[in-house]
Design a protein around this ligand. Structure first.
Ligand SMILES: [Zn+2]
Length: 412
C-alpha cells in the first residue's frame, strides 16, 4: 500500500535531479542517473587508490635512489679529499727533489772548481820550477863546480824548496775539500733516490684513487639519472592524482546535490544515535584529513569479534534514500546506503551513510527503526585494505565528525 507512494516520491526526486542537470545527454533516464553517478564515483575512487599505490611505490624507489646517490656523493667527497692530500704530498716531494737537485748541481760545480784549482796549482808549480832550473843554463853539477855561483845556487835551491812546499800544501787542502764535497754529493744522491721512491709510491696511490673516483663518478651519474627519472615519474603520478582528486570532488558535489534534492522527512530527535555495529565497538580510523585527503567518516573494525558479516543497524529512525546492491563490485564505497533521519532542531537534514557492506538489505523508501532494523552486513567492498564499516553523518549533505556528538561506542 505504501510502496507505490515511495516510488512516486523517489521518481519525483529524480525528476527534479534530471531537471537540475538538463543539458547532459548521458543522464537521459532517472534510473540511469543514480547508477551512473555511483559507478563513476566508484571507478574514480578505484583509480585514485591505484594511482596512490603507484605514487607511494615510486616515492619509495625515489627515496632509495636518493639515498644511494647521497652515499656515492659522500664516497666521492672522501676520495677527492684523499686525492687532494696526495696532490699536496706529491707537490711537497717535488719541491724537496728540486731542492736536492740544485744542491747536487752546486756540489758538482764546487768539485769541478776545486779540481780546476788543483790542476792550475800543479801547472803553476811546474812552470816556476822549470823557470828556476833553466836560469843561467846550468845544471846542478855545473853549479857545484862554480864557486862564484855557489851562493847563488843555494839561494835558488831554497826558493825552489819553499815554492814546492807551499804549492803542495795548497794542493793537499784542495784535495781534502774535494773529498768532503764528494761525500756530501753522494749523500745528496742517496737522498734524491729516497725521495723519488716516496714520490713513486704516492703517485701509485694517487693513480688508484683517481681510478676509484672515476668509477664513483660513473655510479653517481647513473644514480643522478635514476633520481631524475623517478622524480618525473613521481611528478607524473602527482598530477594524475591531483586530476583524479579534482574529478572526485566534482562527483562528491553531484552526490551532495542528490542528497540535497531529496526531501528530508520527519524530525531528528537530537538524541545520541545507536552504534551502527552492536557487536563491534572498536574504531580503526577517525574523521578528518588522512594521508592528504579528507576522511568523511569513521571506520569501525578491529574489535575482539571480526567485523566481516556482522549486522549493521540503522543509527536512528528514518527512511532509506539511497542503497546500491547491484553496482560494480570493489569500487569506492562498495555496497552502501544512505538513510534520511529528518531535520534537526536547527532545520538541517540529518543523514547517515554506511559503506563497504558485504550484503545490502536496505531498499530505497524503506522505513527503518534506530538500533533495530538490520540494513546491511559489514564487509570489504569498494576501496578498502580490510573489512570495516565506513560510517558518515551528514548535515545538509555535509559530512561532520560523528564521534561524541552523534555516536559513541559506549552509548546505545
Ligand atoms: Zn572510512
Amino acid at each position: 500500500m505504501k510502496k507505490p507512494l515511495f516510488s512516486l516520491r523517489i521518481a519525483a526526486v529524480l525528476l527534479a535531479l534530471v531537471m537540475l542537470v538538463t543539458g547532459n545527454a548521458v543522464w537521459s533516464a532517472t534510473a540511469a542517473t543514480k547508477s551512473e553517478l555511483e559507478q563513476k564515483l566508484e571507478l574514480l575512487e578505484r583509480q585514485e587508490t591505484q594511482i596512490k599505490q603507484q605514487l607511494a611505490s615510486a616515492k619509495n624507489d625515489l627515496s632509495a635512489s636518493q639515498q644511494r646517490k647521497n652515499l656515492i656523493d659522500s664516497q666521492i667527497a672522501n676520495v677527492q679529499q684523499q686525492i687532494d692530500l696526495l696532490d699536496t704530498q706529491v707537490q711537497n716531494m717535488n719541491a724537496q727533489i728540486t731542492a736536492v737537485e740544485s744542491q747536487i748541481t752546486a756540489a758538482e760545480k764546487e768539485i769541478a772548481d776545486k779540481e780546476a784549482a788543483i790542476a792550475q796549482t800543479r801547472e803553476n808549480l811546474g812552470t816556476r820550477l822549470r823557470a828556476i832550473a833553466k836560469t843561467g843554463n846550468m845544471t846542478t853539477l855545473q853549479l857545484l863546480f862554480s864557486v862564484d855561483n855557489y851562493k847563488d845556487y843555494l839561494i835558488k835551491a831554497k826558493a825552489m824548496q819553499l815554492i814546492a812546499d807551499n804549492d803542495q800544501a795548497a794542493i793537499e787542502a784542495y784535495e781534502a775539500q774535494v773529498a768532503s764535497i764528494a761525500t756530501q754529493q753522494a749523500d745528496l744522491e742517496n737522498k734524491k733516490v729516497d725521495l723519488e721512491e716516496q714520490k713513486q709510491q704516492l703517485e701509485t696511490v694517487r693513480a688508484s684513487s683517481n681510478a676509484k673516483k672515476k668509477q664513483l663518478d660513473t655510479l653517481y651519474a647513473a644514480a643522478q639519472a635514476e633520481v631524475k627519472k623517478l622524480q618525473s615519474t613521481v611528478s607524473g603520478y602527482n598530477s594524475q592524482l591531483a586530476a583524479k582528486q579534482r574529478e572526485m570532488e566534482e562527483t562528491e558535489k553531484e552526490i551532495t546535490k542528490l542528497i540535497q534534492n531529496t526531501t528530508s522527512t520527519g524530525q531528528y530527535n537530537n538524541s545520541m544515535m545507536y552504534w551502527p555495529v552492536p557487536t563491534v565497538r572498536a574504531i580503526s580510523s577517525t574523521f578528518g584529513v588522512r594521508w592528504g585527503t579528507m576522511h568523511r567518516g569513521i571506520d569501525i573494525a578491529n574489535g575482539p569479534i571480526p567485523i566481516y558479516g556482522q549486522n549493521i543497524v540503522a543509527a536512528a529512525d528514518g527512511t532509506v534514500i539511497y542503497a546500491n546492491y547491484t553496482s560494480v563490485w570493489g569500487g569506492g564505497y562498495g555496497y552502501y546506503c544512505i538513510i534520511d533521519h529528518g531535520k534537526d532542531s536547527r532545520g538541517r537534514s540529518v543523514t547517515t551513510l554506511y559503506a563497504h557492506c558485504s550484503k545490502m538489505y536496505a531498499r530505497v523508501g524503506q522505513k527503518v527503526v534506530g538500533g533495530k532494523t538490520v540494513i546491511a552486513q559489514a564487509g570489504s567492498t569498494g576501496n578498502v585494505t580490510g573489512p570495516h564499516l565506513h560510517f558518515e553523518v551528514r548535515l545538509d549533505a555535509k559530512s561532520v565528525d560523528p564521534l561524541g556528538t552523534y555516536v559513541s561506542p559506549n552509548v546505545n
